[in-house]
Every structure is written in C-alpha cells, then in structure tokens.
Ligand binder design. Structure first.
Ligand SMILES: *Cc1c(COP(=O)(O)O)cnc(C)c1O
Length: 476
C-alpha cells in the first residue's frame, strides 16, 4: 500500500535504522556511525556500500517470488533479458525522437500481436504499450466511452453527451478490479452479470439483456482471475449479434486477455476469441504475465483506426515528424518493451507454445493430484489458463480454505484463499497459478508439503477464524 498515513507509531519500530560496525562512519566526512532516521530524509549522505547493505537486508524479508503461487506476474527471465533491461533503464519510452529504435521495437511488438490475434489487416491495427493491463483497460474503456458519446450525440444532434444519459459497461461479476476502477474513475455504471451455481463467469444471454442504448461495450475476460476459466467470447458476440437484429443496438466487445491472450493463441488455436470475431473492437494483454516479461508492461490493440477515436490521441515529436501516442503516463521505462521484443524474438511461436504447454501440464497434473487427496474439490482443472481453483470437499468440516492457505504459508508457499462475488459469496476457494519457473519439481514439493499438513488440519476441531491477512493475499 503506497498511500501511507505517515510513519507507523507506537509499534516495535525504532526511529533510527541500525548500523552495523562494518558499515563504517555514516557521515563520509568523518564522525561516528550514526543511525539514519527511518521516516525522515537523513541530514547527511552515507557511503554507498552502507546504504546498499541496509536496503538489501531489509528486502531479505520479502517472500520468495518463485514460491508465490498467487501472482500471475513473471518472476524469472533469462540473464540476457536482464542485461538488455539494464542497458535500457535510462531510456524514456515517450522520447520517441531520442530513442527511435526503442519506438520501432514497440511498433514491431504491436504488429506481432496484431498478427497473433488475427487482426484482419495487421497493418491497419493500432496499438500501444502500457505499464500493464490496468492501464490498457483504462485506454480501451475510454475509447469505448468516447465512441458511445459520439454515437449518442449523433442520434440526439445535441452536445457531446446526450442529456441525462449515463453510460454503462456490461461484464461478469468476476472481472478484475481494474474494471471497477475504470467505471469509478470515468463515471461509468458497472453492470455485472452475477455468478450462478456452477457458472463462475459471464453468461452471454444475461450480458446481452443488460445492454441498452447507453451501453458503451461488453467486457469478456480471457481468462478469469477467480478460477482461470476462459469466458465464452464467441457466444457473447453471438448474443450481441442477436440483440442487434432485434433492437438495432450495436454493442462492441473488449476482450480483457491479460493472461489468456498470451496462452490461447499457442495452446488453443482452434478457439475463436480474438479479432476473428468482427464484434471484438479491442484486446489487451499483460506482457508481464504469460507474455513472460518482468513487470510492468502491457499492450492494448484496436481492430482498426476507427475503433480508437482520433481526438483521444496525442502526438509527440518523432524524427522531425509526429508520432501518435495514447497513454495515461508521460514518462515510462523503455526496458520492458525491449525485453518483450527480446522474448518474442527469442521464443517465437514454437517457444511460447512449449513454455505455456509446460505450465499447463504442471497445472493439470497438480490439480489432478490435489483432487486425488480426497479432501478437496476442484472448480477448474488448469486446462484453460494454467490456473486452477479448488475448495474443501463437502464432508470436510474441521478446516477451511483459509486454514490451508495459512498453513502453506508457514512453509513459504503463498496460495491465496478468497470468497467469490455475487451470487456465490457462500463459496471460498484456494487458487494456484502455474507459470514459467514453477517447475514440475517445485509442484512435487508443493504437493508433498500439502500432504504433510493434512493430518494436522484433519485433526483440527473446527476451522480457525479467518484472518484478514490471508483474505487479502488474493491477487486479482
Ligand atoms: C492481471 C489482470 C488485470 C490487471 O493487469 P495488470 O497488468 O496487473 O495491470 C486485468 N485483467 C485481468 C483479467 C487480469 O488477470
């Protein structure tokens, strides 16, 4: 949390940081090694090695990112990628004129994604890099909203926004929190299709029924952060086609492919979810999830230039000409874009297929073996995103998913437990995200730890109270 209310007071933390005698004098000009303040800028500089060691030692207490089964974000890259990123960390993405080659790599990545996502005319596809899918979703949502405002204004022949009309966006209750943010920040009503029974994501028919003349679009997720399932994008488009036949309403679809847009093209080629569907106006992905790059990079692409209203685009100087840009940030590091291009070049389609196939194999096998333990029930099996969710079996009364999460944490594994949204608030689950670097060997060790914990969990009299810390470990 970066919105601090000031230093933590009254706790165990003293005001000063501790100084090891090895660090030498805090003040390079001389004097005693004095403890630098914790919450105030120190008055004087200190030697770089001492500052390094203090920061380094504090960070040792962070968890081991490789054992973090909660996050979708890349936690391992090759040393070559690390070197390229180090070489580019001083380059600002916005300075297209100073760094034309970095700008060119961004364009190539957009073109590669357009091709990967079957854009009808990859040369016509527009897109940009972002800091992640959240920014990409903000941009895509803004484009939808502006297009709606224009349509509505044309209908009403009035000002820019039709009087009294409030735009809305239709989605499943399982959307990632960035869509709640988008609706909040840009004053759009979020119309959510609730979960029902064993359906943990959007229902195409219910989504179409929520649409009206003020619907800016429908969001379909590939795949859901709650259980790793793909939403039925083609069926959503089909329901909206039928809606258009009935009512004339032409509602565009945005595909939030934060994870799945870098999985499905390699492992589920026959699945039609992308620009092959004419109703899909835009797609985003997180380069730092299954795009296999360290955080933070994301991508947003629009089918054609018509899907991205011209008045949202700003122009920056580029080799004497001007280059269109669409972003919330101005300055942004160029390193992640270079690393994304490196990874595309390095792996190619075959390489990506091999990496994602391995992640899915690990997920499927681990899900199967957890199922075989008998204490759990799978909601998903890791056969869409390499992600699965499971809960305790019906007859398990002595412990719950929060107990399991807490006990696994004692062994270093971070596995979030969380409660589902409407109308399945009765259901609490554990989720495991398998990604590159979570090897079959690590999965074996994880299963071994889970197996060893079970006798103690079964011996509990009842579930312990649900600790808040565990409930918030869920990474959407
Ligand atoms: C992770 C995720 C996001 C947010 O992406 P960031 O890259 O973390 O900003 C949005 N939607 C879905 C479906 C996600 O999985």
């Amino acid at each position: 949390m970066s919105l601090h209310k000031g230093p933590r007071t009254g706790g165990a933390e003293p005001d000063g940081l501790s100084m090891n005698p090895f660090f030498g004098p805090a003040d390079p000009v001389g004097g005693m090694a004095e403890a630098p303040p914790r919450h105030r800028l120190p008055d004087t500089p200190m030697a770089p090695h001492a500052a390094f060691q203090i920061v380094h030692d504090e960070l040792m207490l962070d968890g081991n990112s490789r054992l973090n089964l909660a996050t979708f974000v890349t936690t391992w890259m090759e040393p070559q990628a690390g070197r390229l990123m180090a070489l580019c960390r001083d380059k600002n993405m916005i300075d297209k004129d100073e760094y034309p080659r970095t700008a060119e790599l961004e364009r190539r990545c957009v073109a590669m994604l357009a091709d990967l996502w079957n854009a009808p005319d990859p040369g016509q596809t527009v897109g940009c890099s972002t800091t992640g899918s959240s920014e990409a979703c903000m941009l895509a949502g803004m484009a939808l909203k502006r297009r709606w405002a224009r349509r509505a204004a044309t209908r009403k022949e009035g000002g820019r926004y039709p009087e009294g009309a409030r735009p809305n966006l239709v989605m499943g209750a399982n959307v990632q929190v960035c869509w709640d943010k988008f609706c909040n920040f840009w004053e759009v009503e979020a119309r959510q299709v609730p979960m029902e029974g064993g359906r943990f994501h959007i229902d195409p028919q219910a989504a179409a029924e929520l649409c009206d003349e003020n619907t800016i679009g429908v969001v379909a997720v590939m795949g859901s952060t709650f259980d790793g399932s793909y939403e039925p994008v083609a069926e959503v488009c089909g329901a909206l086609d039928a809606l258009q036949e009935r009512s004339g309403l032409d509602v565009p679809v945005h595909v939030d492919g934060a994870s799945g847009a870098m999985v499905a093209p390699f492992l589920d080629e026959e699945l039609v979810w992308d620009f092959r569907l004419p109703r899909v106006a835009s797609i985003n992905t997180s380069g730092h999830k299954y795009g296999l790059v360290y955080p933070g990079v994301g991508w947003a692409l629009w089918r054609t230039i018509d899907d991205l209203p011209e008045d949202l685009v700003f122009r920056v100087n580029y080799l004497g000409g001007d280059m269109p840009t669409f972003a919330l940030n101005f300055s942004r590091p160029g390193a992640q874009v270079a690393a994304q291009y490196y990874t595309f070049l390095r792996l190619g389609r075959e390489g990506y297929r091999a990496v994602q196939r391995t992640a899915r194999d690990v997920a499927r096998s681990l899900a199967e073996r957890i199922n075989a333990l008998g204490d759990f029930e799978l909601l998903t099996r890791g056969d869409e995103l390499p992600v699965f969710a499971f809960t305790t079996a019906q007859d398990v009364k002595n412990f719950d998913v929060f107990d399991v999460s807490r006990r696994l944490r004692e062994r270093g594994w971070l596995v979030p437990a969380y409660t589902f949204p409407p109308n399945r608030e009765d259901l609490s689950v554990l989720r495991v995200v398998c990604r590159n670097g979570f090897t079959a060997d690590l999965a074996d060790m994880f299963l071994g730890d889970l197996r060893e914990l079970l006798p103690e969990l079964r011996d509990q009299i009842a579930p312990l109270d649900r600790p808040a810390a565990v409930a918030t470990a869920f990474h959407h």
